[in-house]
Design a protein around this ligand. Structure first.
Ligand code: DSN
Length: 485
């Protein structure tokens, strides 16, 4: 059964949030109003953004307290500040839950976001494989002891490494070596992709590229790939070419935690190092985390101050609470429901004539190609938003509309599953999406050509859809006892 963390049963949470809003309104009413408006927006619209969720009241409340006021650079028991015993407690508990939940040798719960977690992991690998051997060769203990000449050589070597990651248009992430992100400036990058015929990862082509390119790191993981990944096979390829296998499981960490992704599809036993955010399918606070095998632990633990600012102790505490929730049997039922809902949504769209990248889904997300409706992803995203359905536009493989306008919309079920919606409602949502997209048309530009951004949609149909969306959500209230400011 799906979870419903925000029902009348959580009256205590409603009271706590109402009081908090009153306190904030007494200082800066505009901020209290914006927070209240965010609740109103989330209450009344269908949240289908694949990377979003609803954290529990316990997780949210754990972030608003005195742990926020503490500095705690360093690691548990080895801090650069006095008075960190309570931070040690929360960081220790969060790491313990993470290790137990995912079966990892080591967990580092300080990263503030997914980018931070990836940066921590990249530098852990560079530290293990490039810096440590250089220190050993020079017979010194740390970089401060290197001669200027050795230091210059090491810096050059650190900046001269290669990474192989999934291409953006087939579902990879910007932080996997692409130029607009620091990873693309640090590493020489090459991409692997999917087979155009099936839309599935082409492991043979990946292997060929890896053999020729010889990367230091192979990054697996995605933000818009609706199928399973064979991490055992990825590890075999990494081993064959002497690469470190890093998996960014930010999108599907909740499915790993919930034991939907197991065996070859669970990255933790196969990868040397795994990163994740904690707020997507894992349903925790906004933040990041790194799991690794023991050989990398000491390198990962250097994240702060190497690339991270002081740990957010209140968020680490909330991670501990979320991970404790994810260790409960209900979370496994939740993870199964997320996937069943995504499948129902995909089938509902296909039955109505929709076109999906790879023709369906095995995980929490669906990538709809909206070109068949004559729309760009940007037009589809905007028309759906106006109709009470929140999605985000996304490239499809070999997208002719590029990364800004795109030809797709990405849909995900973690949030609505948390709210309690099930497969019957997913079919109804597929109908709403199809109805809106079929009725939307590109507007005509001043030059007489079809716009890639502006669109037309009948206002009555738009309003009727928003009403149907609100009706679908009505049985699953979100903090019903919190009045809007
Ligand atoms: N922004 C996240 C997503 O939507 O997939 C990843 O960074």
């Amino acid at each position: 059964m799906a979870q419903q963390p925000h029902t009348a049963a959580s009256a205590a949470a409603d009271t706590a949030f109402r009081s908090a809003l009153d306190v904030v309104a007494g200082v800066e009413p505009r901020i209290a109003a914006a927070i209240g408006q965010e609740l109103a927006d989330q209450r009344g619209s269908l949240k289908l953004i694949a990377s979003e969720n609803y954290a529990s009241p316990a997780v949210l409340l754990t972030m608003g307290n005195w742990l926020s006021d503490k500095y705690a650079e360093g690691t548990v028991g080895r801090r650069f500040y006095a008075g960190c015993r309570n931070v040690d407690t929360v960081e220790g508990i969060a790491a313990e839950h993470a290790r137990e939940l995912f079966g990892a040798d080591h967990a580092y719960v300080q990263p503030h976001s997914g980018i931070d977690a990836n940066l921590t992991a990249f530098w852990a690998v560079l530290s293990q494989r490039i810096e440590s051997p250089a220190l050993e060769r020079a017979a010194v203990r740390n970089v401060n002891d290197l001669t200027e000449e050795d230091w210059a050589r090491l810096r050059q070597e650190l900046g001269n490494q290669r990474m192989l990651g999934m291409s953006l248009d087939t579902g990879g992430h910007l932080t996997h070596g692409f130029r607009p992100n620091i990873s693309g400036k640090m590493f020489e990058q090459r991409s692997y992709g999917t087979d155009p015929a099936t839309g599935l990862i082409d492991y043979d082509a990946l292997r060929e590229t890896a053999r020729e390119f010889r990367p230091l790191i192979i990054v697996a993981g995605y933000s818009a790939y609706p199928r399973l990944v064979d991490f055992r096979r990825m590890r075999e390829i990494a081993d064959e070419v002497g690469a470190t296998l890093m998996v960014d499981m930010a999108h599907f960490a909740g499915l790993v935690a919930g034991k939907v992704l197991t065996g070859d599809h669970d990255p933790v036993p196969h990868a040397h190092i795994v990163t994740t955010t904690t707020h997507k399918s894992l349903r925790g606070p906004r933040g990041g985390m790194v799991l690794c095998q023991s050989e990398l632990a000491e390198h990962v633990d250097r994240g702060c101050p190497l690339v991270l600012g002081g740990p957010l102790s209140h968020v680490m505490a909330a991670k501990a609470v979320a991970l404790a929730e994810a260790r409960r049997p209900e979370f496994q039922a939740y993870a199964r429901a997320v996937v069943a809902n995504a499948r129902a949504l995909a089938e509902g769209l296909l039955r109505r004539g929709g076109k999906l990248v790879t023709g369906g889904t095995d995980n929490h997300l669906v990538l709809a190609d909206v070109s068949g409706y004559g729309l760009t992803g940007r037009q589809a995203e905007a028309a759906l938003l106006d109709s009470g359905i929140v999605t985000n536009r996304n490239s499809v493989p070999q997208d002719p509309n590029g990364a800004w306008y795109t030809s797709g919309v990405r849909l995900g079920t973690p949030a609505l599953t948390t709210r309690g919606l099930g497969t019957a409602e997913m079919d109804e949502i597929a109908d709403l999406i199809h109805t809106v997209l079929r009725a939307t048309a590109p507007a005509t530009t001043a030059k007489g050509s079809p716009s890639k951004a502006a669109y037309t949609l009948d206002a009555a149909l738009r309003d009727a859809t928003a009403k149907r969306a609100a009706d679908l959500l009505a049985p699953y209230p979100l903090y019903p006892g919190v009045d809007l400011v």
